[in-house]
Design a protein around this ligand. Structure first.
Ligand SMILES: *Cc1c(COP(=O)(O)O)cnc(C)c1O
Length: 479
């Protein structure tokens, strides 16, 4: 590859940007930083002009596949368009320039926003209280599981098992293990729901919690939820709702009403913060009834028009510095208030309609393992194509040649050759039709000329990469 790093572009002596002298008095430096930590020389910086910098990073950013440029139907990831107004609001100086130690009297606007956002999230999910601290979905899961642990410890019950369905997102069992629990997997039935018989056989007085995603990662609504809820609660366990993808349900159905005790949401999926580049995200956790007292951080309450912070008596403690990723909270607030109650309902309806439209068009050419109406996403199987020697991975690579991002592949694990597609509510019919035409064309290629699919992609800057090698031998700079 001929792309140079910014260091390779360096031309020593480029007389462009003058860095200001540092303004921390030497005396203070000496007092605060021990001598051995002070570098003898400044770090080596590339010497480039402002224009060099702009061109370099703009060129690199254009190599990225992104929602602003193309359709990105990556299932379970909700790669929708995020309104720019959220960026504007989160950069307002009063928010972006606010110091976290400013004190509550000087931070009323920000605290009010967090108080109202918590209330909105309670209304949307049917929970009684929220913490906005967790910085991602998996972080929210961990937080909720630490609450679960503290809850049973206080009750004097020794429960060390977390149940996770075989369709669960990989972060669920990982978070449970991190929180010190053991994991029992629960099977799905032929309809795509939790297998009630299997659930019964896994429930006992050791089970602390069932973690459930509803709609599941198959994109299907758990129609047996009331039965599941009564079984788990009868066995003395809690119900945890993985609400990373709430865009099928907003304003339609609430985890609190389904009987869930704890919930996490991904503000950076459903509530309009761009993601995919590794953050910042936000995974608020909601709790019901007495569990609210265990949430991290203070409760924000209105007292005579001022937002004040009230410590929670049984809080498990801080899980993130200060107030969480505040900029993401601003974007979520703007999204919710911008759409309003009716708009959120409409967003969910469009997400579900789009997914059903794609599923209906594509099931002619690919297997649809669960023949039900889907929610915001659906899972196809390429097992028909696999019999002709072409895998889901080959098809995903070939889609890139048509200018689309690939769907999620090989997940959930219970569907062979899975292609998991989530169009989101923000794509129009023309784009979805073009995507269908591409996938249908690929299905024809598999029958007529499979080699072109197996050797794809052909039009991308790089063709097939050694994915295991890339993950195991990290090389982050150019050679
Ligand atoms: C994305 C996702 C998560 C994890 O969220 P992160 O912010 O990536 O940690 C958990 N569960 C489901 C169902 C998800 O789609």
């Amino acid at each position: 590859m001929d792309e140079k790093t910014i260091f390779e572009l360096s031309r020593p002596g480029t007389p462009e940007i003058q860095m200001p002298e540092h303004d921390v008095p030497e005396m203070i430096l000496d007092e605060v930083i021990p001598e051995k930590f002070i570098a003898p020389l400044p770090p080596p910086m590339p010497e480039v002009s402002e224009l060099d910098v702009i061109r370099h990073f703009t060129r690199l950013s254009n190599k990225n596949f992104n929602v602003d440029a193309n359709f990105y139907p990556l299932g379970s990831c909700t790669m929708k368009y995020n309104p720019r107004v959220g960026e504007w609001a989160s950069r307002l100086h009063g928010f972006a320039g606010l110091h976290p130690y400013a004190g509550y009297e000087n931070s009323q606007g920000a605290l009010k926003l967090m108080e109202e956002l918590s209330e909105d999230l309670c209304e949307i999910t049917g929970m009684d209280g929220f913490t906005l601290q967790p910085a991602a979905g998996a972080h929210g899961e961990l937080t909720a599981l630490l609450i679960t642990r503290a809850w049973f410890k206080d009750k004097g019950e020794d429960r060390d098992i977390i149940l996770v369905p075989d369709t669960s997102h990989g972060t669920n069992p990982a978070s449970a293990a991190m929180a010190g629990f053991n994991i029992r997997q629960v099977k799905s039935d032929g309809y795509g729901n939790i297998d009630i018989g299997d659930l019964k056989s896994k429930l006992d007085d050791k089970v602390a919690c069932l973690m459930l995603t509803n709609p599941s990662t198959l994109g299907l609504f758990e129609t047996g939820i009331e039965k599941v809820e009564s079984l788990v609660h009868k066995a003395g366990g809690l119900l945890y709702y993985d609400g990373a993808n709430l865009n099928a349900l907003m304003g339609k159905s609430r985890p609190g009403d389904m009987g869930f005790d704890l919930v996490h949401l991904n503000l950076h999926k459903t509530f309009a913060t761009p993601h995919g580049g590794g953050g910042p995200g936000s995974g608020p956790v909601g709790a019901l009834g007495p569990l609210v007292d265990y949430l991290p951080g203070d409760e924000l309450v209105d007292e005579d028009g001022l937002t004040v912070m009230k410590p929670r008596t049984r809080s498990i403690g801080r899980v993130r510095s200060f107030y969480g990723n505040f900029g993401v909270l601003v974007k979520a607030y703007v999204y919710i208030r911008g759409l309003g109650a009716e708009g959120l309902v409409r967003a969910s309806e469009c997400a579900v309609l789009s997914a059903n439209y794609l599923a209906t068009r594509l099931k002619e050419a690919f297997d649809l393992p669960f023949k039900r109406r889907c929610m915001h996403e659906f899972v196809l199987s390429a097992s028909r194509q696999k019999k002709l020697g072409v895998s889901a991975m080959d098809i995903a690579k070939r889609i890139l040649d048509f200018g689309f991002h690939a769907p999620t592949v090989y997940f959930p694990l219970i569907v062979p050759e899975a292609l998991m597609i989530e169009p989101t509510e923000t794509e129009n019919k023309q784009t979805m039709d073009a995507f269908c035409e591409a996938l249908l064309a690929i299905a024809r290629e598999v029958e007529e000329n499979p080699e072109i699919v197996k050797s794809a992609p052909h039009n991308t800057p790089v063709s097939r990469v050694d994915e295991a090698g890339a993950a195991r031998k990290l090389m982050l700079c150019g050679i």
